[in-house]
Each structure stands twice: as C-alpha cells, then as structure tokens.
Design a binder for this molecule. Structure first.
Ligand code: HEM
Length: 276
C-alpha cells in the first residue's frame, strides 16, 4: 500500500528527466525495494527457524517451493528466486483475494436480500454435510459478480512481441498495451444493467459471459495460476462469514474504488457484524 500510494505514482520529474537519470523518486523506490527485500528475507528466515521435521510432508506452498527441484538440472530455487516467489505470493495471492472479499462484503451489506440468500445457502450446505462448493452456487455467483464490478486487477499490461494491428490501430514492437478489465466489465455493449449488482447473471439459465468480456484472472497463457485456488478459498470464506454473521454498513457514504496496484476502497468503512 505504501509503495502503491506514494512511489508507484508517476512524479513530474519522472517525465521531465531523461530515462538514464534517476529522479529523487527513483532513489526512494530503490530504497523501498531494499527494505522490502529485507522484509521478505526476514519472513523466510523466520519460517526456516521454525524448522520442519525431516521427511515430514510439506505444510504449505513455501515448503513445496523449498523442496522443488528443476526437473532438468536438479537445482533448487536459490534464495533470491525463492524471495521473489514469496513476494509474488504476498501480492498476487493474498492482496487480490482479500480485495475481492472486501468488495463482496460491501455489496452484500448494500443488498440484504442477496446476503440472506448466501446465509440460507450456507445453512443448507452445513445441514447437508458441510460447506462444499457444489452446494454454494449462489455464493460463488456473488464472487463472480463482485469481481465483475470491482476486478481486483483493474489493469493488465502487455508489451508487444512484434508489430501488429489492434482495433485498426498500428502497434509497434515493444509498445505497451493496457487492457482494462474495469472498463470491459462495465461496458454497456457487453452487459445489461452494467453497474447493477446481479449475481444471478453468473448462474444457469444465464449463459456464461464471453471469454474476452470477463477477465478477472486475465486470459491466455499467462492467466492467473491461482484462479481456482482463489475462487475456492474466497467462496468458502464468504459462506463461512455470512453464514455466521449478519453484516451491515454503519458508514452510509458510498465507498469509492481507487487503483493502488489492486482495486482498493478509498477508506475503511465501518461495518457492524452480529451473530445470526
Ligand atoms: C481473486 C483473486 C485473484 C485475482 C483477481 C487474480 C488476478 C490475476 C490476474 C489478472 C493475473 C494475470 C496478470 C497478467 O495477465 O499480466 C494473475 C496472474 C498471477 N496470479 Fe493471480 N489473482 C488472484 C489470486 C491469486 C492467487 C491466490 C495466487 C497464488 C496462490 C495468484 C498467483 C498469480 C501468479 C503467480 C500470476 C502470474 C502467472 C503467470 O504470469 O504465469 N493469484 N492473477
């Protein structure tokens, strides 16, 4: 958040100075990067200090990555590579799902009827043996619809591998193209009532959305590697939270999304929760 709110934003000196001259912002960015790398190294050292019994099954992704070997060379990740993976997982794997859960709680607080439907679905799932995904179709649709309205990754960037033409416009090699799920997901030509929260549009008998109109996880060979994990995790978490608590918003002013790496709320609105 600190990086996104301050250093990730373009500064006028970034535009003014030639690229080869580091701006004062670039120096602060480098300092931040050092601090972040040290923080990740500390996390890894703490985990290693906790130890793991020889031969015990891996507890999580960190253990799995520590034990992984390149099938061709037999080499393990070195510390720098492992650190990069840890840093990626913190942002790509944690912040995105947390953001999706925040907006789904916000939307459900504004739509008590949908919230009751999630609670009823969770109750019925528990009564029939537990929170299993095939019993949580509406809860899942709430997440799909939340990520349509508030895609955690609001922008996806690509550098052109070669010259091309896109929508009649010439693209040169290395041109950077920005694809905005935010815009696609609210486009009037692609969705009916684009700004309304209607989870049932993601359930049968509604047809599934066009593959290129809905891309909360991107599309193509670089599609999110954690999409399935995120959907399972978020659906179960939402069913558990809403099945246990009634969530209401105390703060009546609308919350505005801001793009700070992910689609963040402009403030932390106050919610109230009461046991069901
Ligand atoms: C709601 C949750 C999530 C959203 C909205 C999301 C979104 C995305 C998007 C849009 C991309 C593609 C970026 C691009 O094309 O440039 C991506 C890539 C990626 N995501 Fe996720 N993600 C989520 C959860 C996760 C989780 C839980 C993990 C890991 C456990 C994860 C790990 C990754 C990784 C490693 C990549 C890069 C894949 C590659 O380049 O091959 N994400 N994610």
């Amino acid at each position: 958040m600190e990086y996104g709110e301050r250093l990730a934003r373009p500064h006028f000196l970034d535009l003014l100075l030639p690229l080869s001259w580091p701006s004062p912002q670039d120096i602060s960015r480098a300092r931040f990067r050092k601090r972040w790398t040290k923080f990740v190294a500390m996390l890894m050292a703490e985990r290693r200090a906790m130890g793991k019994k020889e031969g015990a099954p891996p507890r999580d992704l960190f253990d799995l990555m520590g034990e992984a070997r390149d099938p061709e060379t037999g080499q393990a990740f070195n510390d720098e590579q492992l650190g990069d993976e840890v840093a990626t997982m913190i942002l790509a794997g944690h912040e995105t799902t947390a953001t999706a859960l925040f907006w789904s709680l916000y939307l459900l607080a504004l739509d008590p009827a949908s919230q009751e439907q999630v609670a009823a679905e969770a109750r019925e799932a528990v009564a029939s043996g537990g929170l299993h995904l095939d019993r949580l179709k509406f809860t899942r649709a709430v997440l799909d619809e939340t990520m349509r309205l508030y895609p955690p990754a609001f922008l996806i960037a690509r550098a052109a591998a070669g010259p091309d033409t896109v929508a009649g416009l010439p693209v040169r090699k290395n041109d950077v193209i920005l694809i905005a799920p935010w815009i696609l997901h609210r486009h009037e030509k692609l969705w009916s009532q684009p700004n309304a929260f209607i989870p049932s549009r993601f359930m049968a008998p509604s047809p599934p959305p066009d593959r290129f109109a809905y891309l909360p996880f991107g599309v193509g060979p670089r599609i999110c590697i954690g999409a399935h994990f995120a959907l399972v995790e978020a659906t179960l978490a939402l069913a558990e939270i809403i099945g246990t608590f009634r969530v209401t918003l105390l703060d009546k002013d609308p919350v505005t999304p801001v793009g700070v790496v992910t689609t963040q709320p402009d403030r932390s609105p106050l919610f109230s929760i009461s046991p069901r």
